[in-house]
Design a protein around this ligand. Structure first.
Ligand code: PXP
Length: 278
C-alpha cells in the first residue's frame, strides 16, 4: 500500500489556506507511557521545519494530552504563531493571558468527550464569550471562536467582538469518511454558507476538525467507482478558508510517512484544491 501522496516539492502558494498543525496527539502518545517521549515540542519544531504555518494545541481542563509545562516550552521554542485552544474558563483565560500566544481559539469542552465534539455556544453564553474576547484582545492575542456553521452562532461571534471564527468541519468529515454523498453535499453547502456569512460580517474565517487525505480512508466496497476529493481538498477549495487546522489524521498519516512528509502532503492537497477551484 502506498501512503504518500505527493513529493515534498514546491509547497507554498499565496492563495492556499495556512496550515495549523495540531500536536495534541503526540502528547497523547507520550502520556500513554508516562515518560517524556515522544516530545510534542520536538514534534512542533519538526512540523515547523516541514512547513506548518501555525502550531495548534489544546490545553484541556483534565490535561489529558498537553500539559502546562508543554505550553511554556512551546512558547519559548516555536518561531511561528502558536494557536492556543482552550475552554472559556477563568483558569484557562488566566493561563492564556500569562502565555500571550499569537492566536487563541475558544472551544467548548466536556470532560467525557473523546475530542471537541460540538461548536462553542456563543449565543447561549454570549456575555461570557464577549468578555473573554475583550480580555484576550487586550492581552494582544488574536481570538477565534470554534463554532458550527450556524448563522445564529456566526452572527453572535461577530457581535461578541471576535475577529475570527473557525467553522467546525466535523459533520462534513464524518459524511466523507462514511461516503454518505447526500450528507456530504448538505454539509458542504452549510459550510460554504457559513463562510460567506462570516466574511460578509467582516470575520476572518477558518475551518477544521476531522479533515483527512484519501490515502487514509479504507477503500470503497468493490464496484464503487467515484471516490471524489478528500475532505481536506473539499474544504481547502473554498476560497474563504484562510486557515485549516488539522491534527488527528495528519499525525496518523505521519505514522506511515513521517511528520514532515505528512505536512507536505496536506499542504500539497490544499494548494492543489485551491488552484483547481480558482
Ligand atoms: N480545530 C479545533 C478547534 C479542534 O478542537 C481540533 C481538535 O483538537 C481540531 C481543529 C483538529 O481536529 P482533528 O484532530 O480532528 O484534525
Amino acid at each position: 500500500m502506498t501512503f504518500s501522496v505527493s513529493p515534498a516539492a514546491q509547497l507554498t502558494a499565496h492563495d492556499a489556506p495556512l496550515l495549523g498543525v495540531n500536536i495534541d496527539h503526540v502528547a497523547t502518545l507520550r502520556n500513554a507511557r508516562g515518560g517524556a517521549f515522544p516530545d510534542p515540542v520536538a514534534a512542533a519544531l519538526l512540523a515547523v521545519e516541514g512547513g506548518a504555518d501555525i502550531i495548534t494545541f489544546h490545553l484541556r481542563e483534565d490535561r489529558r494530552h498537553i500539559r502546562d509545562e508543554d505550553v511554556a516550552r512551546l512558547k519559548a521554542a516555536i518561531g511561528v504563531p502558536l494557536n492556543f485552544e482552550a475552554a472559556v474558563t477563568d483558569e484557562m483565560l488566566d493561563i492564556i493571558v500569562r502565555t500571550a500566544p499569537e492566536h487563541v481559539c475558544l472551544v467548548p469542552e466536556r470532560r467525557q468527550e473523546v475530542t471537541t465534539e460540538g461548536g462553542l455556544d456563543v449565543v447561549g453564553q454570549f456575555d461570557r464569550v464577549r468578555d473573554a474576547c475583550a480580555r484576550l484582545a487586550q492581552a494582544g492575542s488574536r481570538v477565534s471562536l470554534f463554532i458550527g456553521a450556524d448563522p445564529a452562532q456566526i452572527e453572535a461571534a461577530a457581535r461578541a467582538g471576535a475577529p475570527c471564527i473557525e467553522l467546525h468541519t466535523g459533520p462534513l468529515a464524518h459524511a466523507w469518511w462514511d461516503r454518505d454523498a447526500s450528507a456530504l453535499q448538505r454539509e458542504r453547502e452549510r459550510l460554504a454558507h457559513g463562510l460567506t456569512l462570516g466574511r460578509s460580517l467582516g470575520l476572518r474565517t477558518h475551518a477544521g476538525h476531522g479533515l483527512a487525505l484519501s490515502v487514509s480512508r479504507p477503500p470503497a466496497a468493490q464496484g464503487a467507482t467515484e471516490e471524489g476529493p478528500s475532505s481536506t481538498a473539499l474544504v481547502a477549495a473554498m476560497a474563504d478558508v484562510a486557515e485549516l487546522h488539522i491534527g488527528h489524521a495528519l499525525i496518523g498519516h505521519a505514522v506511515f510517512v513521517g511528520l514532515k512528509q505528512a505536512i507536505a502532503d496536506f499542504k500539497a492537497e490544499a494548494i492543489r484544491a485551491r488552484r483547481a477551484a480558482a
